[in-house]
Ligand binder design. Sequence first.
Ligand SMILES: Cc1ncc(COP(=O)(O)O)c(C=O)c1O
Length: 397
Amino acid sequence: MLTLSRKVQGVEESQTLALSAKARSMKEAGVDVISLTAGEPDFPTPRHVKEAAIKAIEANFTHYTANQGIPELLDAIVKKFGEDNDLHFETNQILVSSGAKQSIFNALQAICNKGDEVVIISPFWVSYPEMVKLADATPVIVKTCADDGFRVDRRRLRQSIHPKTKALIINSPGNPTGVVYTRSEMEDIAAIVKETGIFVITDEIYEKVIYDGSRHFSLGSIKSIRDQVITINGVSKAYAMTGWRIGFMGGPAKVMEEAAKVQSQVTSNPNSIAQKATVAALLGPTSDLEMMVREFHRRRDLVYKSLSSIPYLGVQPPGGAFYFLFDIQKYYGKRFKNQLIKNSNDMARYLLEHHHVALVPGVAFGADDCLRMSYACSMTDLEKGVNRIKQGLEALA
Ligand SMILES: Cc1ncc(COP(=O)(O)O)c(C=O)c1O
C-alpha cells in the first residue's frame, strides 16, 4: 500500500525555515525584503577554525571517523564542560553529532518509550515538540507569558509532571525568549527533577551569547541530579559555525551508549573535517566570540529602544541569544483592507506582504500572541526592519 507514515504526517515542518524560504523567494523576485528571521550569527567563522579545517583536508582527514567523535575532540569537549560548566565527564559520557539538533534527537530516541510524556516550557524552540513526537512520546506544554517575563512558575512546572513523565527539556539562554535562568531558578528546577526522578535535557547552545554581565549556569552542575541530566551544546551559535553541523552532549554513560547506537544506524560520525575545526574552536582564542557578543549586545540595546517606542507592543530586553519575542496581541482584531489580523501567522504574513519585513510568527514557538525578530543581521537592516514594523502596525492602529 502506498500510504505514508502517520507518525511523520503528524509532525510539523519547521515554520522558521518555511518563512525564511518565502522571504527568500520574494527577494529573488526582486522585492526589497528585510529578513529578520535568521537563526544564525551573521559573522564569519573565525579564521583559526577555518585554517584547522583546511589543514584537515590537506592531510586527507576526509574519511569515516569513530561514530562517537574523534578522541581529540572528545577530550576538548570534556575540558570545555569541566572549565566552563563545572560538569565533569569521562569521554564515554560524550557523544558528538551533526549539530545540537541531532544531539537532542538522539537523546530523546535513547530515553523515550511509547506513552511517555516530555515536558516542554513554552515559548519553546520549534523542534522540541516535533522531536518528542518522532520519539513516540507526547509533548506536554507548560506555558509562560510575556507579562511574567516568560519565566516558568515552579508550581505549574511541578504539576505538569506525572508518573508517565520521562523528561523535561529546558533551554537557557532561550530561543525565542532570550530568557536566562538564574542559579536560584535552576535550583528550584533541580529540586523538582530530584523529587520526581525524571531526566532533564538542558539545551545550552546559546550559553556564550549572554548579556549584562550575567553568568550562564549549567543545571547538571547541581550534584544531586547529576545522573539525570543530559547537557546539550555545540559550536553553531558561539563560533558562527551553523553550516559545519557539529553539536555534542554529555550525560549518563548508558544514555550516551544508546544514543550512539541510534546515530550509528542513521548518520554515523559527524563530518570529519568539521570535527577538527571544532577542536580549534573549543581550544582556540575567544576574541571573535567576544567581539560578536559585544556587537549583539549593542544591537540589542538599540533595537530595544526603537521597539519600545511602538505603541501597544509588549517588549522586554532579552538576557541572551539574539532574538526579541514581542507581544503584538493588542493589534489583533484590526483589519488591513479586507484582511482581518487575528493571530501571529496573519500578522507575519501582513508585515511580509505589505511592508516587506519578515519575522517568525510566535505560533511556531507556542506563543501565538508574539512575533520573533532576530537581530543577527546588520544595523542598517535592523533600522529599516524596525521602521517597517512600526509603519505596518501604525497602518493597523
Ligand atoms: C535552542 C536551539 N537548540 C538547538 C539548535 C540547533 O543547533 P545546531 O545548529 O547545533 O543543530 C538551535 C538552532 O537554532 C536552537 O535555537
